[in-house]
Design a protein around this ligand. Structure first.
Ligand SMILES: CCCCCCCC(=O)SCCNC(=O)CCNC(=O)[C@H](O)C(C)(C)COP(=O)(O)OP(=O)(O)OC[C@H]1O[C@@H](n2cnc3c(N)ncnc32)[C@H](O)[C@@H]1OP(=O)(O)O
Length: 129
């Protein structure tokens, strides 16, 4: 957690923590080879997360039912064995690429399609799922 992530003095902002959980959960879609967006994100804030601390994030898919992907994520202070600071339950809903084409701006879609980092990220999951 960096100073830019601060909400209350010295502590990470809850919205930033929810974003970190959402991003971690969203990464699971790479493993499922599915395009999906967050439909629901329920977050528990169990301990304050100090600026300067490391948040260890872990996520797993708990169920898939049709287009619905249920998943859960945990953020622990300091490392994988640290105390749970935040957790989330999420529902992602599978969408077609049209979801972005119909609702997003063409400029950003073009940039994303040509972004080597996106391609590298997808390939990383191919070799190390
Ligand atoms: C490629 C990189 C992707 C990265 C993603 C990163 C994560 C994000 O931040 S995504 C951005 C935030 N999320 C969004 O903008 C999503 C906005 N919402 C939507 O576009 C739509 O509501 C969407 C696509 C989720 C669902 O709409 P639609 O495709 O019409 O499906 P819909 O029929 O309403 O729902 C499908 C199923 O999910 C269920 N469902 C949808 N939303 C919810 C919800 N909030 N709570 C519970 N159930 C829900 C429906 O009840 C339905 O269930 P069933 O099949 O059993 O009837």
């Amino acid at each position: 957690m960096r100073p830019a992530h601060q909400g209350a003095p010295g502590l990470a902002h809850g919205g930033v923590l929810a974003t970190a959980l959402d991003e971690t959960l969203g990464s699971l879609n790479w493993l499922l080879r599915t395009i999906a967006v967050t439909g629901r994100l329920e977050t528990d804030f169990r301990r304050p997360v100090p600026v300067g601390s490391v948040l260890h994030l872990e996520a797993e898919v708990t169920a898939v039912a049709g287009r619905k992907i249920y998943s859960t994520a945990t953020g622990r202070l300091g490392g994988p064995e640290g105390p749970v600071a935040v957790r989330a339950d999420a529902l992602f809903v599978e969408v077609k690429v049209d979801h972005f084409i119909d609702n997003g701006r063409p400029e950003e879609i073009r940039v994303a399609m040509n972004d080597p980092d996106q391609i590298r990220r997808a390939r990383a999951f191919e070799v190390n799922p």
